[in-house]
Structure formats: C-alpha cells, structure tokens
Design a protein around this ligand. Structure first.
Ligand code: ZN
Ligand code: ZN
Length: 111
C-alpha cells in the first residue's frame, strides 16, 4: 500500500499512483523507440524530458515512486503526461502525436 500524504505541485490533487518524472520519461523514451521519429527530434525530446526531471528534483517531495522507490514524485501522472505531451507534440508529426495520446491515456488508467 502506498501512503498518500502529499499533493501534486501541478494540479494540487492527491497523488494516488506516484511515479517519478525519471521513471515516466523512461516510459516515454521506450515508447519513442517503436515510432518513426528522426534521431535529432528524439534527442530534442530526451533533452527536454531531462529538464523536467531536473525541475522535479528542485522541488523534492516525501512521496516515493512506486517503480523505483525514489522520493522525487511531485507531479501526478496526469500533469506529467500533460507536460510530456507538450514536449513530444513540438517534435513529432500529428500522426505520431495522436498515437502518443492514445498510448499514454491507457498507461494512465493502468497504473
Ligand atoms: Zn497533477
Ligand atoms: Zn521512479
């Protein structure tokens, strides 16, 4: 059982399935491998995702990530998906983007 005591810094809702930005960006990067994304776009996205992780590290929280046990969860999956999709959107074509939205919507409901 995960004890929820803190709120998301994005939407101020209780974080029920804490996943840290680091684990989440790994999800995104794994997802990108099957897509036809040009190399330079890929590294663009990776760089921006790293910025997100760094941002999260600057506002540490007491919530442990359910995947890696790190204490860097300060955003809920919804907010993180939102931020990640804005990054991905700028670097992929609309077709890839809609598949991102589809895939990550199902990830949200699964975790
Ligand atoms: Zn949130
Ligand atoms: Zn994690």
């Amino acid at each position: 059982m995960v004890k929820v005591t803190e709120l998301c810094t994005g939407c101020v809702q209780v974080i029920t399935n804490p996943i840290c930005p680091y684990c989440f960006s790994r999800h995104v990067i794994t997802w990108m491998r099957d897509k036809n994304i040009p190399k330079e776009k890929m590294s663009n996205i990776k760089r921006l995702l790293k910025d997100l992780v760094r941002e999260a590290e600057q506002t540490p929280s007491g919530i442990r990530c359910i995947l890696c046990g790190s204490k860097r969860v300060n955003l809920c999956v919804y907010c993180y998906t939102n931020k990640a999709s804005r990054i991905v959107e700028k670097n992929v074509d609309p077709e890839t983007m809609s598949s991102f939205n589809e895939d990550f919507e199902t990830i949200i409901w699964r975790v």
